[in-house]
Ligand binder design. Structure first.
Ligand code: MN
Length: 204
């Protein structure tokens, strides 16, 4: 059975960029609901319960058809939020360093260009979804957006940074101003964690 991970900081730790009530509802209600529905979907499939969520999402087309949509939505929701909490920090913001910074400069020419492109992808995602920085099969960085709770893993890209642009992630504080939320969100990005995920993706 999949379970809700603890946040690595308090609900109010990301203020003023993300408010405490949004964080608490997002974690205890939304993330928990994806987990509950994922567990329900997998009830009749013990073989699939044994696998990691990353494994499942990378092999979504092999998931029994009867539960594939439920796993896509709720397994995606589970994995996406697991990542989301860890790539934020009250000590976040600033710019990436080390090998990740080098790769960003090589691929996007500058960090400001990555920031602009990822913000645009996330702001432009119609309806609910996510903006991502991911690593492709050739170890190259790639920006993409996915609708709903679709995981980049199902498309062959390992996510290393994601911004949740569902209204539940920002509506209480930002209402309809998604671009303002995205701009503020950069202030909480935990670049040390993103770099470690980048190096892990290269080794995988
Ligand atoms: Mn969310």
């Amino acid at each position: 059975m999949f379970t809700l991970p603890d946040l690595p900081y308090a609900y109010d730790a990301l203020k003023p960029h993300i408010d405490a009530l949004t964080m608490e509802i997002h974690h205890t209600k939304h993330h928990q609901a994806y987990i509950d529905k994922l567990n329900t979907a997998l009830e009749k499939y013990p073989d699939w319960q044994q696998k990691s969520i990353e494994d499942i999402l990378q092999n979504l087309s092999s998931v029994p058809e009867e539960i594939r949509t439920a796993v896509r939505n709720n397994g995606g929701g589970y994995a996406n939020h697991n990542l989301f909490w860890t790539i934020m920090s009250p000590d976040g913001g600033g710019e990436p360093a080390g090998e990740l910074a080098q790769a960003i400069n090589t691929t996007f020419s500058a960090f400001t260009e990555l920031k602009q492109q990822l913000s645009a992808a996330a702001a432009g995602q119609f309806g609910s979804g996510w903006g991502w920085l991911a690593v492709d099969g050739d170890d190259q960085l790639k920006i993409l957006a996915t609708p709903n709770q679709d995981s980049t893993l199902s498309q062959g890209f390992k996510p290393i940074l994601g911004v949740d642009v569902w209204e539940h992630a920002y509506y209480l504080k930002y209402q309809n101003k998604r671009p303002d939320y995205i701009e503020a969100w950069w202030n909480v990005v935990n670049w040390r964690k993103v770099e470690s995920l980048y190096l892990q993706a290269l080794r995988a």
